[in-house]
Design a protein around this ligand. Structure first.
Ligand code: PLP
Length: 376
């Protein structure tokens, strides 16, 4: 019996999403840029999907730019800000996803931009006083701070960060990949210029997402080619994936509160079970707290001779979890996030358990038993 507790890495496609996608693959094969009726029909489907997503986020549909996922959306925002909007400095954090921190470092090398890293408090939240200090002077800036950390579940106050950016006339990008469709956003009132989305984090298909770009901000062509996505991102649209993304949005928003209640219950059960098994267990980034990302629990197990093998042994037991982001599956080497937030302890195994709409009480019971056997 396999138990999947790695929903922050990716989620299973929901049957409702699949149902929405299959007819598109079967029938809506027209190129949305073609002027004939079959192409125009596909164009309508794409624009309906864009409108639906925009309605959920309370923004204009022209602010949604479809991409291949979260990585591309993050790249588009940062590279576009430097290349097209005159930003000469990026302020970000070492605890960002690689899609942000590596892009920022790459722009530092290729474009000579100034890269400033904001400090964190002990609990992993951004030091807003330090951010404010950094923003007092300096060249035109884009700040990139994620909404919730995919590894340790720390949620940042993006409203406060965005307000500081507005006051300092800086642009603000937030990687919202882990919170989109798990939390609500009102983009009329949230002071952000860019946010990123990836469908496969909320039971949509892989290989599709979007970048929200605030109205009035104009990026040049990131991927040169046709004039798709208002010439920002050339290439024939992935129609079935876009429909799947919109269907996953609809599904999530129809049951947002229920979904949150269900997952919070499972996460609390897991945390409680772990505390009973290991009185000295810790939760990195206090990821067991109410205010943290409710889908993720990052567990620091007490020192144990099998710590280095924990991920592998749990996999043998049929429990899929991770040691950090999916990119760092060799978890026990230590993730850049745990190191940068000073949660890394070489004596202790840190494992991330993350929950989704298909996770059950039984999954938690099975996982706890397997963990008990591994650390026996
Ligand atoms: N940003 C965060 C916070 C993520 O968790 C991920 C996925 O792991 C990404 C960006 C990248 O998204 P994608 O897999 O769609 O490229």
């Amino acid at each position: 019996m396999n138990v999947y507790l790695d929903n922050a890495a990716t989620t299973a496609v929901a049957p409702e999403v699949l149902e929405a996608m299959i007819p598109v693959l079967r029938e809506s094969y027209g190129n949305p840029s073609s002027s004939h009726a079959i192409g125009r029909k596909t164009r309508v489907i794409i624009e309906q999907s864009r409108r639906l997503i925009a309605q959920h986020l309370n923004c204009h549909s022209s602010c949604i730019y479809f991409t291949s996922g979260g990585t591309e959306a993050d790249n588009l925002a940062l590279r576009g800000a430097v290349r097209d909007l005159g930003c000469e400095r990026i302020i970000t954090s070492e605890a960002e996803h690689s899609a942000v921190i590596k892009t920022a470092r790459s722009l530092e090398r290729s474009h000579g931009i100034q890269l400033d890293l904001v400090k964190h408090h002990e609990d992993g939240t951004v030091d807003l006083d330090h951010l404010e200090e950094l923003l007092v002077s300096g060249p035109k800036t884009i700040v990139s701070i994620m909404h919730a950390n995919n590894e340790v579940a720390v949620v940042q106050d993006i409203h406060a960060i965005g307000s500081l950016c507005r006051d300092a006339n800086a642009l603000f990008h937030s990687d919202t990949v882990q919170t989109m469709c798990h939390y609500t956003f009102d983009l009329e009132s949230l002071p952000v210029d860019f946010i990123a989305c990836s469908a496969h984090k909320f039971h949509g298909p892989k290989g599709v997402g979007f970048l929200y770009i605030r109205k009035g901000i104009h990026l040049g062509g990131q991927i040169e080619g046709g004039s798709q996505e208002r010439a920002v991102r050339g290439g024939t649209e992935s129609t079935h994936n876009i429909v799947g993304l919109a269907a996953a949005f609809d599904l999530a928003y129809a049951e947002l509160e229920e979904h949150e209640r269900h997952i919070r219950h499972l996460k609390a059960k897991m945390a409680k079970g772990l505390k009973l098994l290991f009185p000295d267990v810790r939760f990195n980034g206090q990821s067991d707290e109410e205010s943290r990302l409710y889908t993720v629990l990052n567990v620091s197990f007490p020192p144990h001779p099998k710590s280095g093998m924990a991920l592998f042994l749990l996999d043998l037991e049929g429990v899929s979890c991770s040691g950090g982001s999916a990119c760092s599956s060799g978890a026990t080497l230590g993730s850049h996030v745990l190191r940068s937030l000073k949660f890394h302890d070489p004596e202790r195994a840190s494992l991330r358990f993350s929950f989704g709409r298909f996770s059950t009480d039984r999954d938690i019971d099975i996982a706890l038993k397997a963990i008990e056997r591994v650390f026996a």
